[in-house]
Design a binder for this molecule. Structure first.
Ligand code: HAM
Length: 420
């Protein structure tokens, strides 16, 4: 092959079959699971006004400061490809006056300009849910349980669920002050970014990956030490319900999550199989975000699971040798019409069917059928046309037999079932 003239942009991925199918199956499994908990799908634009993200994800978050794909459209509007789903969902729910409480899920691509590596891409898939208008701790626990159920359904074994509480408007200021004082005493150990964070948003120092910063915050005051009685009770009830559900979790005092809208419960699913990008998904409460968007005071909680990382962590099932596809083979030009008709009949009965219109010889058609990994060929020749029977060839075993036209659909179905 001569050298290709184009390649995909850095940090993006192509999914060719069967990888594309594996991805769609995981999405379908997520949809089904979310629906069983009463969630319904919401579809929002892939890009929003930039302010939607700046206002919610937070001016001090890495996402907003470093990772957004922001551009001006031809009319000069300031737009951004969504780096996450939550802000667009909140905007859409308010704009469309969706009745609360409501449970919504979404599936789709997000975009972040970060340094690509295993499990980190510039375009990646998120599977998210948002429960708007639900305040109680049992919702938190149910949502945490839902995410972990999804990973288990994909066969991911080494997924650890980490939980924390970062408090509310009442208790956060006292923690922030204590943390600020603590960090000021260790200012010279912190990276340049974290030195700025001390004043702007000290909680973000917990997110920093620089080793000296990690060391510096090892004994820092944690949000949980400062919870007000209401937040403390809420969190205890979340944990009690996780225990009741038999879900194993770890408490992680450093789990503050990299987005500014969170309050109270935060959680993350972590996998040791992933290396540096070990977060399979995460979420938390965001009881103030709807109000900050100009909506009514509405408690809310949700998560987003990383589809790419989930598929990296999940075992890959062996790809079946053959797939459910019937190839209709014609012997001479006189049977092309009949082949076309039979393929249409099979399709109408829900059986995927294909005809090779280009290969003039039977051998060529068989080759195409094999390349497509078809399960079987149905051969139509002049004799078959006259007798009203077809030859059905099982491409897995090579066996060939005659089937009459009126049972061909049933026979193909049987063959699919045998091969599956
Ligand atoms: P997040 O933690 O920023 O949360 O992203 C959720 C998940 O998306 C991550 O745990 C990870 O699996 C995946 N992810 C993030 N960035 C990348 C990347 N560059 N490449 C591959 N996967 C990635 C949120 O987005 C919140 N909106 C979650 C939420 C929903 N909170 C409340 N509701």
């Amino acid at each position: 092959m001569s050298e290709l003239k184009q390649s995909r942009p850095k940090g993006t991925q192509d999914f060719v079959p069967p990888d594309s199918e594996r991805r769609r199956q995981a999405e379908a499994a997520f949809r089904r699971l979310a629906e069983t908990y009463g969630y319904r799908e919401i579809i929002t634009p892939t890009f929003e006004h930039t302010t939607v993200f700046v206002k919610s994800s937070g001016e001090t978050s890495d996402i907003v400061t470093k990772e957004m794909y922001t551009f001006k459209d031809r009319a000069g509007r300031d737009l951004t490809l969504r780096p996450e789903g939550t802000p667009g969902v909140v905007r859409a729910v308010l704009e469309n006056r969706v009745r609360m409480p409501c449970r919504l899920f979404y599936v789709g691509p997000c975009f972040r300009y970060s340094r690509p590596q295993k499990g980190r891409y510039r375009e990646f898939g998120q599977l998210g849910i948002e429960a708007l208008g639900e305040a109680g701790p049992l919702t938190d626990a149910e949502i945490i349980f839902l995410g972990s159920t999804f990973f288990a359904s994909l066969g991911i074994r080494d997924c650890t669920t980490q939980v924390n509480s970062i408090g509310c408007r009442e208790c956060r200021p006292s923690h922030r002050d204590a943390l600020r004082r603590f960090l000021l005493d260790r200012k010279e150990q912190l990276c340049d970014d974290c030195q700025l964070r001390i004043e702007r948003n000290p909680l973000r120092v917990f997110d920093c990956k620089v080793e000296t910063c990690r060391q510096a915050v090892r004994d820092a005051p944690t949000p949980r030490q400062y919870l007000c009685p209401a937040c403390k009770t809420h969190f205890e009830q979340v944990l009690a319900d996780l225990n009741r559900r038999g879900l194993r979790y770890e408490l992680n005092d450093r789990l503050v999550r990299g987005l500014d809208y969170y309050c109270r419960t935060t959680f993350e699913y972590v996998s040791a199989a992933l290396g540096a990008q070990d977060s399979l998904g995460g979420g938390g409460r965001y009881d103030y975000l709807l109000e900050e968007f100009g909506g009514p005071d509405t408690p809310a909680i949700g998560f987003a699971l990383g589809l790419d990382r989930a598929l990296l962590a999940a075992p890959v099932a062996p790809v079946p040798e053959r797939r459910n596809l019937a190839f209709v083979v014609w012997l001479t030009d006189a049977e092309i019409g009949a082949a076309e008709k039979l393929a249409d009949r099979l399709r109408a009965d829900g059986i995927p069917a294909q005809v090779d219109y280009d290969a003039r010889k039977v051998k060529g058609q068989f080759k195409t059928a094999d390349a497509a990994r078809a399960a079987c060929c149905i051969i139509i020749g002049p004799d078959e046309l006259i007798k009203g029977v077809y030859s059905l060839k099982d491409l897995a075993t090579g066996e060939q037999r005659e089937v009459s036209a009126d049972v061909v659909t049933a026979e193909v179905r049987k063959l699919f079932a045998e091969q599956g």
